[in-house]
Design a protein around this ligand. Structure first.
Ligand SMILES: C[S@@+](CC[C@H](N)C(=O)[O-])C[C@H]1O[C@@H](n2cnc3c(N)ncnc32)[C@H](O)[C@@H]1O
Length: 188
């Protein structure tokens, strides 16, 4: 196992940090969390769904496959977009899932464009207020915005808090009441 000094840990970006501790995708709550989110989402075959910060497009593909909906999957990272495209092709979902670049803080869509807007474990990497406002802006009236994030179940030691808030989730508040590992409908 690789052992890093504190200074080396501090120099890692969130993804290298997670890779170092053996995680390939940061997905708080795992599949259970996605299922909880999908159970709250009113997705049908007629829905236009936006998955922001789609990562490797696992959820986007699942939505297209399960509900027959049209899904637009956006991410800011070229590597994720590449992997997402490859996964969509491998799943034969190219007609249903469109992958494109996009920043959660400046989404490249007109207002009111989507029925359901999803962001799983993304706002913690961005200006959360701006991200929430963008997610709501592109969601059509009567639609839904659903986001999943981390929370502390118990207060961690100071050093763990420092690493988590400084390295992994720079946009997370350190206030327990404002960090959450749950699916929260913001609109709908
Ligand atoms: C923790 S991963 C979650 C991936 C996926 N949503 C999931 O739950 O499996 C966070 C994703 O958000 C993307 N991301 C980070 N900042 C972003 C931003 N400002 N706009 C869009 N995507 C962003 C990352 O590239 C990464 O793919």
């Amino acid at each position: 196992m690789t052992k890093l000094a504190a200074a080396e840990v501090a120099a890692l970006d969130p993804y290298k940090f997670m890779a170092t501790i053996g995680k390939r995708v940061i997905h708080p709550g795992g599949r259970v969390s996605t299922e909880a989110l999908l159970a709250r989402a009113h997705i049908t075959a007629a829905s236009q769904v936006l998955d922001v910060g789609c990562g490797v497009a696992t959820t986007a593909i699942e939505i297209a496959r399960r509900f027959g909906a049209q899904v637009t999957a956006v991410d800011i990272a070229p590597l994720m977009l590449e992997r997402a495209e490859a996964n969509v092709r491998a799943a034969s979902m190219t007609g249903r899932v469109t992958v494109q670049p996009g920043d959660i803080c400046a989404l490249p869509f007109e207002g009111d464009s989507f029925d359901v807007v999803i962001a799983e474990a993304v706002t913690m990497f961005a200006d959360r207020r701006r991200a929430a406002s963008e997610l709501a802006r592109v969601c059509a009236p009567g639609g839904q915005v659903l986001a999943t994030e981390f929370c502390w179940r118990t207060q961690p030691p100071a050093q763990a808090r420092q690493v988590f808030l400084g390295q992994v989730c720079p946009a997370c508040s350190s206030t327990p009441s404002t960090t959450g590992s749950r699916s929260t409908p913001l609109r709908g």
